[in-house]
Write a new protein. Structure first.
Length: 166
């Protein structure tokens, strides 16, 4: 099995995991997060499938962080409420972080071993996106597990009087 085939399997597994995690997650932020990342993984799967079939693809510069900011902005009022995540939800985020970390390592190696420039470019793009996914899941995990401290450290307004980096 070559790197593209392994990557296709990894992305398929990730899509299935994130969809299942979204179904089980009660908190709307967590649910939306898993669904958004699943959509990113579907896009990755499509690009990998096209390369596997020998098609020429355009690798677009996409920002998972931008999509997540939209989720957080649209759900800000709900997020302001005290959040109690279940152990299962927190465990799902831990698993997601591990999956993304493994994906980053796999794609870094695959980029080094790539057979064509197109494959190398795709794998390098996937490294960046999977790193962003990891950061998103880690930040969400911190938010759900310790909401009060998350707001203090992420929003900074509590400690600096409301000015950006006073």
């Amino acid at each position: 099995m070559n790197a593209i085939e392994i990557a296709i399997r990894m992305e398929t597994d990730a899509i299935n995991f994130y969809r299942e995690a979204a179904e089980k997650t009660k908190h709307p932020v967590g649910k939306k997060m898993f669904l958004t990342i699943a959509e990113d993984e579907k896009r990755h799967l499509e690009m990998l499938s096209q390369i596997f079939k020998g098609f020429n693809i355009e690798i677009k510069d996409v920002s998972p962080m931008k999509n997540v900011k939209t989720i957080f902005e649209s759900m800000k009022d709900e997020m302001m409420q005290r959040v109690e995540a279940t152990t299962d939800e927190l465990e799902a985020f831990k698993i997601a972080m591990q999956m993304e970390k493994e994906g980053v390592e796999f794609y870094k190696k695959a980029a080094l071993d790539a057979q064509t420039e197109k494959e190398k470019s795709l794998f390098e793009r996937l490294v960046k996106e999977e790193e962003q996914h990891y950061d998103i899941f880690a930040n969400t995990y911190f938010f759900l597990s310790d909401t009060g401290n998350w707001f203090m450290w992420e929003e900074h307004s509590i400690v600096d009087g409301g000015t950006p980096w006073a």
